[in-house]
Write a protein that binds this ligand. Structure first.
Ligand SMILES: C[S@@+](CC[C@H](N)C(=O)[O-])C[C@H]1O[C@@H](n2cnc3c(N)ncnc32)[C@H](O)[C@@H]1O
Length: 236
């Protein structure tokens, strides 16, 4: 099995316990990170009518739900939200939640969307799992309308070892695999998480890749002492 298939099959396995593990492991703080990502994106995009939001690596559909909720809150008419993910297991959980969104099987590098048809592409805690990341970023650019927005929430690799980064690393490497493993009965999957962050990009390197893929950076902000970072970029 190739690396990408292994990652997807791991998400298939943990899908039934994914939401519970997420809430426990983030102490529910991920909700505020998602909310802030949606609100800031709507503010930067500035349009009150949004035809299509495509949430890539949608998993169990949390971000799709937030786009709809925060759209109403921000007085933005969101006509359609579509979640895309290659994991059938994660999509099954998403579909059972009765979110007012469509869910499609698909990969970041080959999205089921026409060129220049999407207002906002989002990917939350998914980009680390996309093996062909550069192809993925180019694909996001292809489907976005000119001036459209790419919103990324991600755990990036921390450049310098500060006290905070050491605490985060201790939590991610020691506590999280244990608790996530207990909840999901899949210790391998929750060991994968800290390793995937370690092998991912720093903030600066991701910004460079975004620019190379044809985006200009609108906003970058770390949340909760830089545990999670929000990137908002615009298709030039
Ligand atoms: C950590 S989960 C994040 C799910 C969701 N976005 C959230 O915020 O909870 C990562 C997701 O990335 C998906 N994924 C893995 N490889 C992918 C790829 N090449 N393209 C798109 N999604 C992918 C997995 O199936 C999984 O659902």
């Amino acid at each position: 099995m190739n690396k990408q298939k292994k990652i997807v099959s791991m998400f298939d396995e943990i899908a039934p316990t994914y939401d519970v593990a997420n809430r426990v492991l983030s102490f529910g703080v991920d909700k505020s990170w998602r909310k802030k990502a949606c609100d800031k994106t709507f503010k930067i995009y500035g349009k009150k009518d949004v035809d299509l939001i495509l949430d890539v690596a949608c998993g169990t559909g949390d971000m799709c739900e937030y786009w709809l909720k925060r759209g109403s809150h921000n007085d933005v008419k969101v006509h359609k939200v579509t979640g895309v993910d290659p994991s059938v297991g994660m999509l099954e959980v998403a579909k059972k939640k009765h979110i007012d969104a469509s869910f499609l099987e698909g990969e970041a590098k080959n999205l089921p969307a026409n060129s220049e048809s999407v207002d906002i592409v989002s990917i939350s805690y998914g980009l680390r799992n996309v093996v062909d990341r550069v192809e993925g970023l180019n694909e996001f650019n292809r489907v976005l309308k000119k001036g459209g927005i790419l919103t990324i929430l991600e755990f990036t690799k921390l450049e310098n070892a500060t006290l905070m980064s050491k605490i985060r690393d201790f939590y991610m490497k020691k506590i999280l695999p244990l608790v996530g493993g207990l909840l999901s009965k899949n210790y391998e999957a929750y060991n994968y998480l800290p390793n995937s962050i370690e092998n991912f990009l720093t903030r600066e390197k991701l910004i460079k890749e975004l620019k190379e893929a044809g985006f200009e950076i609108e906003f970058v902000k770390g949340f909760s002492m830089d545990i999670s970072t929000l990137f908002i970029a615009r298709k030039i």
